[in-house]
Design a protein around this ligand. Sequence first.
Ligand code: MLT
Length: 411
Amino acid sequence: MATINSSYLKLKAGYLFPEIARRVNTFATNNPDAPIIRLGIGDVTEPLPLACRQAMIKAVEDMGSHESFKGYGPEQGYSWLREKIARHDFEARGCAIEADEIFVSDGSKCDTGNILDIFGNDNTIAVTDPVYPVYVDTNVMAGHTGETNDRGEYGGLVYLPITAENNFTAQIPFEKVDLIYLCFPNNPTGATATREHLAAWVDYARSHGSIIFFDAAYEAFITDPSLPHSIYEIEGARECALEFRSFSKNAGFTGTRCALTVVPKSLKGKAADGSEVSLHSLWNRRQSTKFNGVSYIVQRGAEAVYSEEGQAEVRELVEFYLENATIIRERLTAAGLAVYGGVNAPYVWVKTPHGLSSWDFFDKLLHTCNVVGTPGSGFGAAGEGYFRISAFNSRDNVNEAMRRITEKFKV
Ligand code: MLT
């Protein structure tokens, strides 16, 4: 019999969001008339921008004639899209990122997992706690961890607690770590990082030879002009950080699929013989071998995000979800709950009322209000006693969910 990757057996239960879906589906089957409102997984609800739809329709037509038909595209993405990303997302913010340092992909979730292919198995890895579970689970799958302890923490990982006490920004570690996952605006807490905080991480990484994996999937939700959108706004980041971005949350591409990863050419890792190796070359090699690029049609849709019309529509979408976040914050605060995040971010992080555990609150909310959120403990041990509410939904659903929650859970 063929053997398996036994690291998978170390994984706790199911991946967080399918586990929530399973519980919700069971409830829905037993209560077919329950008017369930889903504020759990951060999945967008509003239609794709017209500019993107029109560009994709045109791209479908391109596929219909010999002159404009496209077969395999470049594995790294079409240059016309990479150029636009470089100019609008980086050059415009003073970041020295070239188009050929941008790798277009089908998602940040995939990239944050796949990136481990080009790193060794002997790195010390730091994650915040709570954290986007993909960072942890993909390291478990890659065999980089031991078993879990009774708090659910995997042996071998360095957990950096982010709590109300440290304003949900992790303390820079005293020990040396090789790979550091940072996500700002943060999933799940909705916290943001100041320029000074990111500069401290860049200093740390450069002086320890560490690499920062900077997940900027929610950067479009930053409205405070003092906050950095990209880690490359910090001097020296080209030498120590790669960055993940996505069209999912700003342009509504969760079902359409397009994202990007920036790997600067100045980024180096160490080979077994001690020599320095370009991470850009390795990632390029990895992508050309294991990936055939994002479809031409979808890349044309993503390109349209950068048109004048596309930019205006994306701004409107982001403002819509941010207004939802404000409603959630204000209504829960007025009901006496302790609320964090939800400003410059689409996630609101709530202290569970009456000392309920995260999963107990999840069950109560589902059964008594028919509202779905995400239990904080699903993001890590330090998330216990918290609950994440996503602002990605219609205005009516957000208002109705807040009405039901505040009626039942006044503190
Ligand atoms: C979330 O709810 O945390 C996100 O939707 C997950 C993701 O983007 O993969």
